[in-house]
Ligand binder design. Structure first.
Ligand SMILES: C[S@@+](CC[C@H](N)C(=O)[O-])C[C@H]1O[C@@H](n2cnc3c(N)ncnc32)[C@H](O)[C@@H]1O
Length: 407
């Protein structure tokens, strides 16, 4: 592969914004990829994939290159040279790459690969936490979380069928395959920008990881029910739930951020979904008003996001251990407070995109032992491990509230 100067420079500029200006990788790339109209899809893939690779392997590459943060431009080129050398790409004779020690890079790689926190390129605290919570399993999970995520679509069954969508995409040379056990999912055989297709613009599918598609399935909302999606965000799960409800009944989508709910409404319109009502949680009244009124409540809780590192490798560097303590506290509060919306005999689904027991089964266990959870019992739980599923790491549990006994 020949390296092109403008693509390498665009990659270096993106890295500078992510590492030195604290910007989010996906936002930076969205902006960078719009900068030059002459770039074709291969050029864009090069910039995006290389940037993500260097973000993912930042600690390992920095250790190999013997550079420390904050990275100046020369250091960013050194990280790039490590990436290129380890990818088997010939380093060009540009002045930025003068004296690149190719042999030393390979030697340092072999040496550092013996130590997990370098091999998997993660902060010390994350490595310690993973081992403490998952023991021997951590090795496999963190390795799986460093693999590139597949692109998975969820078919909008209100507007098309899996077969029709598969054919429509195939006509555009976007080949997909079904995934056994995931009835509405299609996996792209090769990465492609599906967002520019008419099928996407017409709401025939959403991009949603296979594990995430299991959440609405566990909730199993039926047409005509009243359902609350209490942490709906931009509505990834809400859209799926509303689709399963066939637009019949009421889905109340809540979040503390109005802008996320506005995005949800936009997506709902594209999907031809009409039974979602949004509510901003700006006081406890919003929850109280719905006390014991919902057939089903989903708490897709804010979490560490450790299960989705494949997709967001920069969160390895943005996450802080103190955030984890506070988020566990939030999860506990949400379970205690939002579970009150479930009517007797109704269901509560608690889910996270984390693989840490302290955010998952331990939260549920202590909820069931508290006064607030005394009427609930655990019916099912699924711990989706990235090493086994090949998709994101998730935790999903189904709790049922007891019927009221007449006295
Ligand atoms: C895991 S994300 C939800 C993702 C969303 N359900 C989806 O499928 O796209 C967690 C959401 O919880 C929201 N959140 C944080 N604190 C909250 C609170 N106290 N009450 C309700 N939502 C909250 C966040 O804004 C975020 O959108």
């Amino acid at each position: 592969m020949k390296l092109h100067r403008n693509l390498v420079f665009a990659t270096i500029d993106s890295l500078n914004q992510i590492f030195n200006e604290g910007k989010q990788a996906d936002k930076v790339l969205r902006h960078t990829l719009r900068l030059d109209k002459r770039w074709g899809s291969r050029d864009r893939s090069f910039i995006a994939e290389t940037t993500y690779d260097i973000v993912r392997w930042k600690r390992l590459y920095a250790e190999i290159a013997e550079v420390r943060e904050p990275f100046d431009r020369a250091n960013l080129f050194r990280l790039f040279a490590v990436w290129a050398t380890l990818s088997g790409i010939k380093i060009p004779d540009w002045k930025q790459f003068e004296d690149t020690p190719t042999r030393r890079i390979k030697g340092r790689f072999d040496e550092l690969s013996k130590i997990r926190k370098y091999r998997e390129s993660i902060p010390d605290w994350m490595d310690e936490l993973g081992e403490k919570e998952l023991g021997k399993k951590w090795d496999k999970e963190i390795a799986a979380l460093n693999q590139l995520a597949d692109v998975v679509l969820r078919v909008n069954t209100l507007k098309t069928t899996l077969e029709n969508l598969q054919n429509e995409l195939a006509d555009l040379n976007i080949e997909t395959e079904t995934i056994p056990g995931y009835p509405n999912a299609l996996k792209l055989k090769e990465r492609a920008n599906v967002f520019i297709t008419d099928a996407f613009k017409n709401g025939l599918f959403e991009v949603q990881d296979a594990s995430s598609q299991k959440v609405a399935e566990m909730l199993d909302a039926k047409p005509g029910m009243r359902v609350v999606d209490a942490c709906a965000g931009a509505g990834g799960k809400s859209l799926h739930i509303a689709t399963m409800m066939e637009n019949k009944g009421q889905l109340i989508a809540m979040d503390i951020y109005e802008n996320k709910l506005n995005e949800l409404k936009r997506r709902a319109r594209r999907n031809d979904i009409f039974n979602i009502e949004t509510r901003v949680i700006d006081s406890t009244k919003v929850i109280k008003k719905l006390a014991e009124k919902a057939d089903k409540v989903l708490i897709d809780a804010p979490c560490s996001g450790l299960g989705v590192l494949k997709r967001n490798p920069d969160s390895k560097w943005k996450l802080q251990p103190e955030f984890l303590d506070s988020i566990r506290n939030t999860q506990k509060e949400l379970l205690d407070s939002y579970s009150r919306m479930v009517k007797p005999g109704g269901d509560l689904v608690y889910a996270t995109c984390s693989i840490l027991p302290s955010e998952n089964e331990k939260q549920v266990k202590s909820f069931l032992a508290r006064e607030e959870g005394k009427d609930f019992s655990l019916l099912k739980e699924e711990k989706i491990l990235p090493s086994k599923s090949g998709f994101d790491g998730f935790y999903i549990s189904l709790l049922r509230k007891a019927e009221k006994v007449e006295k």
